[in-house]
Design a protein around this ligand. Sequence first.
Ligand SMILES: Nc1ncnc2c1ncn2[C@@H]1O[C@H](COP(=O)(O)OP(=O)(O)OP(=O)(O)O)[C@@H](O)[C@H]1O
Length: 305
Amino acid sequence: MTEYAVETQGLTKIYGDKAAVDHVDLRVKSGSIYGFIGRNGAGKSTTLKMISGLVHPSQGDIRVFGKPVSGETARRRLGILIEAPGLYPNLSARENMLLKAKCMGLVKDGGVDEAMELMGIADTGKKKVKSFSMGMKQRLGIAMALLGNPDLLVLDEPINGLDPEGIREIRESLRRLNEEQGKTILISSHILGELSKLASDYGIIKDGELIRQMSKEELEEICRDFLLLEVDNADRAAALLSETIPEAEYEVYDRKTLHIYGFMDTGTVNTLMVEHGITVTGCSVHSMDLENYFLNLMDGGERHA
Ligand SMILES: Nc1ncnc2c1ncn2[C@@H]1O[C@H](COP(=O)(O)OP(=O)(O)OP(=O)(O)O)[C@@H](O)[C@H]1O
């Protein structure tokens, strides 16, 4: 049985007469990096706040590593960075960390040095946080979320507003936390291209509803290149393909359209069809890029690969 770091059932938040989050069943596998994607106002922050125990759900159930999120056991396994980290500008990174560790009631320093090391801010010395770059502040925010050594990190738009270098540094740190420390990371973003360099799983939210949830492998399968073949008789073309090009996988879309995967030689396909009396009206290679796929889904369309 898959162990889920986060599992929600029918998770709903109503503000006024509007559902900001509407019956969301999120499944974040333990050990995964789950990219939570949606346009502004789609319901990402509200969902993450409910998972983090910062907002009370109107309806539904949330489990963190199988335990109700309201309980102490679940809370201890959770590290959160939602919105800007609460930092004291006139203190150093380490002083901020120590203060947070103290507030959390952690014994000794609660892993301050390890967390700073992991996020690449161990050498910031006495430098006051007010002179940190935005990227450094975000890394400090994540380091603070790491206090207490949680198994799950919930990060709301941690790369928003950062320059490419800042984004790259956060990405590398998160990857290390996942690969070397086995931390599960639930991260929201609307920067799709960036998330795709990191995430092993995706959830797409639109108007409060989770419209798609899939693994990286499933996404790659959907976004795989294909040869679009338009003919006068798709069933005959399909039968011919099975007989003569067994390595070609195909899907028949309608009576006149096929998508062929794993065989991109338009010339061979064209000639084969024509030689068997099938009229070809189109034969071209298509690729569905990830960004287009997501944008399409978020805009309401359902694009088939
Ligand atoms: N405290 C609140 N009171 C009333 N409405 C709210 C509140 N918080 C969020 N909303 C509404 O709920 C919807 C979802 O907001 P949410 O912040 O979760 O979206 P989001 O996907 O995180 O977007 P963004 O990236 O802009 O924060 C929006 O329509 C928002 O206006």
